[in-house]
Design a protein. Structure first.
Ligand code: XMP
Length: 517
């Protein structure tokens, strides 16, 4: 945490699937927060001067050997603490309570009866009113630690929430961060505002001011380059850097020949409208030549990534004296690499610009490192990005090459491009585009038999992939109305020469991924 965030909440992560949700809810309440691994040292915590500490849930049992824990010192810092689920059990254990080991997990809705509304449950109805909350835990508290009292109960957990009688230490067995807990926002707000004394000052306007200041300080009079794709993250990054250091920034937009229909033109027009200093490089031939007869997905990704770096370096040399690289890294990427779970295994070689800083020895400027995707969109809106650009679906760096299974040729690019344009058009006219995370066409490496008029055909198959997701870490296929699917299929088969069959991908991530390669 930096001194730019005087009012901050520290979330210590014990590996719960919902830790990120805790952070989102706190930020929605306009309080800045950060997630760190549970093992953060007491000295670091002290130096961060958080206004409050949240101990997240987690999959372990406090009785496990090697169960993740915090130092008891954490309770001597005079900083309020809220333990959620595992976090609450840990507080109990450290403070001398008894935790009953359970052979089964209570998972799902439960009814909470509140018996104390002095702080955490301020303003909420007490018994006999029952509030619906979401539980997900194995162990439960059998005996409260000394100095603690129960402030709410449920049928299966007599101590569903507790607090210390004099110190600001609280625990809840349920998950206030999930939407199924109706009183979740109230509980978190009470903790933030009543217990920790925060004020709701974190918003995108103040973020823009402090980020601009931070970039100015970091870049000084140095030259910055930024690889622009026209996606939300890179464009917002460029806009912030542009706001901070103006013409010291040069953006490079590389057309790798693997873009969607009219994409280069549309994106360039937008960037011009935003007043960014952009160098356009048409390198389609170079990429297509290198991809000739390459079928292996990882090879495709590596070739595209390497060539991108080469071109980017060439451009940087032309500009001369470049010191910084601006990159649109978001908070979920940062958490992924520092969290409890550690860096996740590489499933695909993502983020094709990842190798740039090492190769080019440039210092990174990453103004979005603290933000979630929805926050980035808000910043974009504040900085004048048109709605159409803000709500564009993500598009991978290797582009259509990883949506053409097998060899990437001009002809196969034509097919996937035309099919893709139809999918996007129909999604937009039906109003479904904004409701989904991504929608696109994939060209399969097989042909199937069909009949057109009186003729037998033997043509290509296109798969349609449309998914709902919050952050691309998990995704589910969109339950699109059958009429829209029918329209997409009819139009592709009628309008795209060489296609006689359309399939809809009904796999979730995991175990599938969003892209096919
Ligand atoms: P997967 O296929 O792993 O994709 O479920 C998750 C999200 O990441 C996008 N994606 C990429 N983005 N460079 C990118 O910038 C890449 O190499 C890349 N590969 C996948 C994908 O479109 C989805 O939104």
């Amino acid at each position: 945490m930096t001194d730019l965030h005087e009012q901050n909440i520290l979330i210590l992560d014990f590996g719960s699937q919902t830790t990120q949700l805790i952070a989102r809810r706190i930020r929605e309440a306009k309080v800045y927060c950060e997630i760190h691994p549970f093992s953060l040292s007491i000295d670091r915590i002290r130096a961060m001067k958080p206004r409050g500490i949240v101990l997240s849930g987690g999959p372990s049992s406090v009785h496990d050997t090697d169960a993740p824990a915090v130092s008891p010192e954490i309770f001597n810092l005079s900083i309020p603490v809220l333990g959620i689920c595992y976090g609450m059990q840990l507080i109990s254990l450290i403070k001398g309570g008894k935790i009953e080991r359970s052979d089964y997990r209570e998972y799902g809705p439960a009814e909470l009866s509140i018996h104390d509304t002095s702080d955490l449950f301020h303003g909420l109805a007490t018994e006999p009113v029952r509030h619906q909350v979401w539980m997900s835990h194995g162990d439960r508290i059998q005996e409260l630690p000394r100095g603690f009292i129960s402030i709410a109960g449920s049928d299966s957990s007599p101590v569903a929430a507790m607090k210390h009688e004099t110190l600001k230490i609280f625990g809840v067995q349920f998950h206030p961060e999930v939407v199924h807990t109706e009183i979740g926002v109230d509980v978190l707000s009470n903790f933030l505002f009543r217990v920790c004394g925060c004020s709701p000052t974190w918003d995108m306007h103040s973020f823009i001011e402090s980020a601009t200041e931070g970039i100015r300080r970091q870049a000084g009079t140095g030259r910055v380059i930024c690889a622009l794709s026209g996606g939300v993250d890179s464009t917002v990054t460029a806009l912030l850097v542009n706001r901070a250091v103006g013409r010291q920034l040069t953006c490079v937009f590389v057309n790798n020949g693997l873009l969607r229909r009219n994409e280069a033109e549309v994106v360039l027009a937008f960037l011009e409208q935003l007043n960014l200093n952009v160098r356009y490089v048409d390198a389609a031939d170079r990429f297509l030549a290198l991809l000739s007869r390459v079928e292996d997905p990882e090879k495709k990704r590596k070739i595209i990534g390497r060539e991108f770096i080469r071109i980017f370096e060439e451009e940087a040399n032309k500009i001369g004296d470049v010191n910084f690289l601006a990159q649109g890294t978001l908070y979920p990427d940062v958490i992924e690499s520092v969290s409890f779970k550690g860096p996740s295994a590489t499933i695909k070689s993502h983020h094709n610009v990842g190798g740039l800083p090492e190769v080019m020895k440039l210092e990174l400027i990453e103004p979005l490192r603290e933000l979630f995707k929805d926050e980035v969109r808000k910043v974009g809106r504040e900085l004048g990005m048109p709605d159409e650009l803000i709500h564009r679906h993500p598009f991978p760096g290797p582009g259509l090459a990883i949506r053409i299974l097998g060899d990437v040729t001009e002809e196969r690019l034509r097919i996937v491009r035309e099919a893709d344009a139809i999918v996007l058009e129909e999604m937009k006219t039906s109003g479904w585009y904004r409701k989904t995370w991504q929608s696109f066409a994939v060209l399969l490496p097989i042909r199937t038999v069909g009949v057109m008029g009186d003729e037998r055909t033997y043509d290509h198959v296109v798969a349609i992939r449309i998914v709902d997701s919050l952050d691309a870490m998990t995704a589910d296929w969109t339950r699109l109305p059958a009429e829209i699917l029918a329209r997409i299929s009819n139009r592709i088969i009628n309008e795209v020469r060489g296609v006689n069959r359309v399939c809809y991908d009904i796999s979730s991530k995991p175990p599938a991924t969003i892209e096919w390669e």
